[in-house]
Design a protein around this ligand. Structure first.
Ligand code: OSB
Ligand code: MG
Length: 373
């Protein structure tokens, strides 16, 4: 790689077509940090930071990540010679705790930059194999079971291979049961609680066992691995950890303790692609299925997720909805689309991200910008 010369950080605002509500808060407009990386040879690549508006998922949020990138992440990468993007992760972990979304934004950008330099698709550089990825939809909390059933029915009709239902106390068993009864025993359903429950809710969560879910995602605390093991012993349904898994070490802990049997890998949550690949490889060796989650990314972040999900261990449908699910208009062309049978094609014929970034539109949407050199 040629040394990185410059990172342009921008914040854009992208209104969601409809508000997205999880147990810990709602979003109606995404504030998204985009990065443009440029190396000394003038090769450039786009990246995205997944940090949300509020620190209600993990501890990071867009404003903390912005500071972390500018103050600590970028200075460790700018001007430094890396032989391969896989080496960036270690440079960012040395005496630098947490801030995984901030680190991931730059680390993933370095992978895209290298793929662009080599003229190969990002999926190839990462070691992907799949031509297309089975896709699921993540449905935010709805105002009533009936409203949820309508959304879930439409999603299955559109071809989605998995329907993830966001749940929270008071909007859980009855909501999921309504969907199960409406869509029948074979519909691929799961629930995601985003930390809304405590171990004392085990009896309630055990009622979901009768509804034959593929998995229940992160019911307990966002940083917990121990209490989930106690809960898993009480449930037949496999638990899937999302928030709690930030590294391959945490994945090992999950397996050691049996706190979950499936992992949702979001490269933005775990510090980037090198960490994602380590988790993936470990999970393949340990027999743990993984799938790629989402953070309401724009088409740039989606490109990264789709490339990662092309690796062989990603055996369950990812949260990789097409652009039109969230945005009136995406910031990439072509927009991300899904076939009638719920598959998103991996762009194997285009180098780098695999989609074109609409820079004019990004210029129009930009509300702040800083150039780091
Ligand atoms: O827990 O997976 C989650 C969105 C924001 C924060 C947390 C989560 C989600 C999603 C969205 O489920 C999935 C997507 O981007 O399609
Ligand atoms: Mg989740």
């Amino acid at each position: 790689m040629a040394p990185l010369e410059q990172i342009t950080l921008r914040e854009i605002r992208l209104p969601l077509r409809e508000p997205f509500r999880i147990s810990s808060g709602a979003t109606s407009e995404r504030r998204i940090t985009l990065l443009e990386l440029r190396d000394g040879d003038g090769v450039s690549a786009w990246g995205e930071c997944v940090a949300p508006e509020e620190p209600n998922y993990r501890e990071e949020a867009i404003d903390t990540a912005w500071i972390a990138i500018a103050q600590w992440v970028a200075p460790r990468v700018l001007g430094r010679l890396f032989t391969h993007p896989r080496d960036v992760h270690a440079a960012l972990e040395q005496d630098f705790r947490g801030n995984f979304m901030a680190k991931a934004a730059v680390e993933m950008g370095m992978w895209v930059l290298e793929a662009t330099r080599q003229g190969v698709p990002l999926a190839q550089l990462l070691g992907g194999t799949r031509r297309e990825i089975a896709t699921g939809i993540s449905l935010g909390i709805q105002s009533s079971p009936e409203a949820l059933v309508e959304k879930a029915r439409a999603a299955i009709a559109e071809g989605y291979r998995k329907v993830k239902i966001k749940i929270a106390p008071g909007q859980d068993v009855a909501y999921v049961r309504a969907v199960r009864e409406a869509l029948g025993p074979d519909a691929p359903l799961m629930a995601d609680a985003n930390n809304a429950y405590q171990l004392s809710d085990a009896d309630l969560l055990a009622q979901l066992d009768d509804l034959d879910l593929m998995m229940i995602e992160q019911p307990l605390a966002w940083d917990d691995i121990v209490q989930h093991a106690t809960l898993q012993r009480r449930l037949r349904t496999p638990l899937c950890l999302d928030e709690s898994i930030t590294s391959v070490d945490r994945a090992r802990d999950m397996v050691t303790l049996d706190s979950g049997r499936i992992i949702n890998i979001k490269p933005g949550r775990v510090g980037g692609f090198t960490s994602s690949l380590a988790i993936h490889d470990y999970c393949v060796s340990a027999g743990i299925p993984v799938w790629c989650g989402g953070m309401l990314e724009s088409g740039i972040g989606r490109a990264c997720n789709v490339a990662l999900a092309s690796l062989p261990g990603f055996t369950k449908p990812g949260d990789l909805s097409p652009s039109a699910r969230y945005w009136a208009r995406d910031i990439v062309t072509p927009e991300w689309t899904m076939s009638a049978d719920g598959m998103v094609p991996v762009p194997w014929d285009t180098p780098g991200l695999g989609v074109e970034v609409d820079v004019d539109r990004i210029d129009d949407l930009t509300v702040r910008q800083v150039v780091l050199r």
